[in-house]
Design a binder for this molecule. Structure first.
Ligand SMILES: Cc1cc2nc3c(=O)[nH]c(=O)nc-3n(C[C@H](O)[C@H](O)[C@H](O)COP(=O)(O)O)c2cc1C
Length: 320
């Protein structure tokens, strides 16, 4: 798939997830085969004030590229200036978040609230289109709620405003992340526009990713929660490996991820990130619940690593 001038060679890619898809996790996902990675949402206003948190979110490794940076906001001028900034920082694609369902975001007119104001969002996209030369994309939901399913209308508007590609997470804002994602809406958007459409929602394996493509006609697939604790989901060769080789590959990826976390973040935040990701990596290990409880008691990166290693080594060779 091509998004503007950016070639994306793999079918599946990592979805943006706030507090999770930071530089170390994105790089690991890229190395496992994710065709593109996207920063977590970055508030345009915060980014422009050089807020330390926003700067940390914008940090990335050159090896992650192609990298999309996602903006959150509702003010066309602020968003356009933030887009110029992230283009300058190395974004290969600028993505507008039109899907965040959190009340603290939608209450300020941002995220999924943009789906309710199609004309206003057209003006935002026009300003963004003028502001950057890199491709512009949007990530939308099925609509605000079941009474307002307007993904097709929003997608047509976005295409008319010069957007290069669209990601559809077909749940509505009111569904948040519950219930089953209605993939049919992805297919309706594919039918309605000629720009590439990426489908997203409930994909837990490459086989499911291919099923989504077959059922909806989307050109690529974004995987979020299915990649937590298993970034090797993007590795097309992984499933064919023998159990021992799979375990070896997982061990390498986990060690690489933790090393990146420890070198990228300051100690306190590195520990938070290691706890979070190592807890996900316990999935499938024997005594995972006990291991997770011990992980959350630890007070240093060395300690959390030792706890994980103890359970990993004790697990039978065909576990995890
Ligand atoms: C913890 C969490 C944080 C998320 N943060 C973002 C975000 O920053 N930007 C965004 O567009 N979507 C965000 N999402 C939505 C995901 O990108 C994705 O659309 C959603 O999880 C559905 O895909 P999945 O079923 O593959 O997880 C987030 C989802 C989760 C679970």
């Amino acid at each position: 798939m091509r998004i503007g001038g950016v070639e994306i060679t793999a079918l599946a890619r990592l979805a943006p997830m706030a507090g999770i898809t930071n530089a170390p996790f994105r790089l690991v996902a890229r190395e496992c085969g994710s065709g593109l990675v996207t920063s977590e949402e970055m508030d345009a206003a915060a980014l422009l004030t050089n807020h330390p948190h926003a700067d940390a979110i914008a940090a990335h490794y050159p090896e992650e590229r192609p990298l999309a940076m996602q903006l959150l906001g509702k003010d066309a001028d602020l968003l356009a200036r933030a887009a110029e900034k992230v283009e300058g920082l190395g974004a290969d694609i600028v993505d507008l978040n039109m899907g965040c369902p959190m009340p603290k975001i939608t209450g300020k007119g941002k995220g999924a609230a943009l789906m309710r104001d199609v004309m206003g969002t057209a003006l935002i996209l026009r300003a963004l289109r003028k502001a950057v030369r890199v491709p512009l994309t949007v990530k939308i939901r099925g609509g605000w709620d079941d009474e307002h399913l307007n993904a097709v209308e929003v997608a047509r508007m976005a295409e008319a405003e010069g957007v290069d590609a669209i990601t559809v997470h077909p749940r509505t804002r009111s569904q948040r992340f519950t219930g089953k994602a209605p993939w049919t809406i992805i297919g309706e958007v594919v039918e309605a526009v000629s720009i590439p459409v990426t489908g997203n929602g409930d994909v837990r394996s490459m086989a499911e990713a291919r099923r989504m493509v077959a059922e909806t006609g989307c050109q690529s697939v974004m995987i979020g929660r299915g990649a937590l604790g298993s970034p090797w989901i993007f590795d097309e060769t992984f499933d064919a490996l023998a159990p021992a080789a799979q375990r070896e590959r997982k061990a390498q990826v986990i060690a690489r991820h933790c090393e990146l976390i420890r070198t990228h973040f300051r100690e306190k935040y590195a520990l938070i990130q290691m706890k979070k990701h190592l807890a996900w990596y316990t999935e499938g290990l024997g005594h995972a619940t006990r291991c997770r409880a011990e992980i959350f008691q630890t007070r240093s990166a060395d300690e959390v690593w030792d706890v994980f290693q103890r359970y990993w080594t004790a697990a039978p060779a065909d576990a995890a």
